[in-house]
Design a protein around this ligand. Structure first.
Ligand code: NAP
Ligand code: ZN
Length: 384
């Protein structure tokens, strides 16, 4: 038994603690290696071949991404290799490069919004086959046997493996994952825009289901970046009235075009008071400290405040702001593989896609700068 690639996997105790604190994800250790069932790269079909991967990696916090190659060992019996067509850039990639969460191992190959084609499968892979179009997001494996996995909540498995934590991700020509997280893409999907749905998309879709948001609800989204703009589009198609909270006045027209009925300055407690007690649900997608108590006052009785933004500081939530009005606060990571599939079908049915800016994979550093400077409109996608 061995890890996906023992050469670069790290299990240091400190990282593990951070890992648990931030996303409750742990390393999976139950993937057995086996002989390769088939490995098809280009037109070559080979047995037991080791793959050389060409990728982009940072070797230190805030470091630039440089060409980097590494070898993947033999494919595990339940693993698939994916040829990366496109990979979205999530703010979490930036946070991981910068080691904001204290769980980065260097060199790091970021990238966890992959869409591409299956080129190899281990001999016990289910559900996908060579040639299938699939997506791979934040998670790349689950144990498949714990209570959560057995309930179909694979994203809550305590032995999960994250695509860019202690292993290498999708800023590369190929990436590997367990078949359960290689999500089959609907035939009609637009591959050039689908990547961001695999992390950002499912991360904001899951709370809509968790909170039981109704089409008749009035809801709010804080931060109209990569995740926020997808949340806005989902909630609009869900039937809700959507209020956007943004700190950037330059985005206002585009946000209204996406379907928001109103844009409120996310940093102005005074402006927030204009909608006091009106919202049934608020989704936070920022990672900064805002005046959370003002947001709780904007909730209607029984309203729910939900964060997916990885706010770095502890969030100040006064107890009485929850008690009076039976309000609640929650958070979540991505969603299950089954819900991801459901979301992808929903997107194709309603033609919901992120608004993307495309960069060639070689221009990954320019793309990262564009995101870091708050210029992305609204999600950057790297093309191979
Ligand atoms: P992003 O594209 O950079 O968007 C974040 C948005 O937050 C910005 O566009 C901006 O929106 C707002 N913002 C940024 N700095 C701000 C400030 N100083 N004051 C007020 N608003 C500010 O990032 P993303 O990819 O959407 O990711 C958002 C967060 O979700 C990150 O923390 C990321 O790590 C996290 N994340 C969590 C999960 C999960 O599993 N829960 C999954 C994916 C990502 P405006 O310009 O509209 O103000
Ligand atoms: Zn992400």
């Amino acid at each position: 038994m061995q890890f996906v690639d023992k050469n670069y996997r790290s299990n240091s105790k400190q990282e593990l603690i951070w890992y648990l604190k931030v996303f409750c994800f742990m390393n999976v250790s139950s993937i057995k290696t086996a002989t390769v069932h088939s490995l098809t790269v280009g037109n070559n079909k080979k047995q037991g071949v080791k793959m050389k991967i060409n990728a982009y990696a940072a070797s230190e916090p805030k470091g630039k991404l440089k060409p980097f190659s590494y070898e993947l060992g033999e494919i595990g019996s339940e693993q698939v290799d994916i040829k990366v067509s496109y990979c979205g850039i999530c703010h979490s990639d930036l946070s991981m490069i910068n080691n904001d969460w204290g769980m980065t191992t260097y060199p790091i190959v970021p990238g966890h919004e992959v869409v591409g084609e299956v080129v190899a499968t281990g001999n016990a892979v289910k559900n996908v086959k060579v040639g299938d179009k699939v997506g791979l997001g934040w998670l790349s494996a689950s144990c498949m046997s714990c209570q959560e996995c057995m309930e179909g909540q694979h994203h809550l498995c305590s032995k999960n493996e994250s695509t860019i934590v202690g292993r290498h991700g999708g800023f590369a020509d190929y990436v590997r994952g367990h078949w359960s997280w290689a999500i089959p893409l609907p035939e009609a999907i637009d591959m050039s825009k689908a990547g961001p749905l695999l992390c950002g998309g499912i991360t904001v879709f899951n709370p809509i289901i968790l909170a039981g948001v109704k089409p008749t609800d009035t809801v709010g989204v804080i931060g109209i970046g990569g995740l926020g703009h997808m949340a806005l589009k989902f909630l609009k198609h869900w039937g809700c009235e959507v209020i956007a909270f943004s700190s950037n006045p330059e985005k206002k027209e585009e946000i209204l075009k996406m379907g928001a009925t109103k844009v409120i300055n996310s940093k102005s407690p005074e402006e927030l008071q204009s909608i006091k007690g009106k919202l049934n649900f608020i989704l936070n997608t920022t990672n900064v400290t805002l005046d959370w108590d003002s947001y709780l006052s904007v909730l209607a009785p029984k309203g729910k405040f939900h964060t997916v933004g990885a706010v770095l500081e502890p969030m100040a939530i006064p107890a009485f702001s929850l008690i009076m009005g039976e309000k609640s606060v929650g958070g979540s990571p991505l969603g299950s593989p089954a819900l991801t599939k459901t979301m992808l079908d929903f997107c194709v049915r309603h033609n919901i896609y992120p608004t993307v800016e495309e960069f060639p994979m070689e221009k990954v550093n320019e793309a990262m700068e564009h995101l870091e400077n708050g210029k992305a409109r609204f999600r950057i996608v790297l093309k191979n």
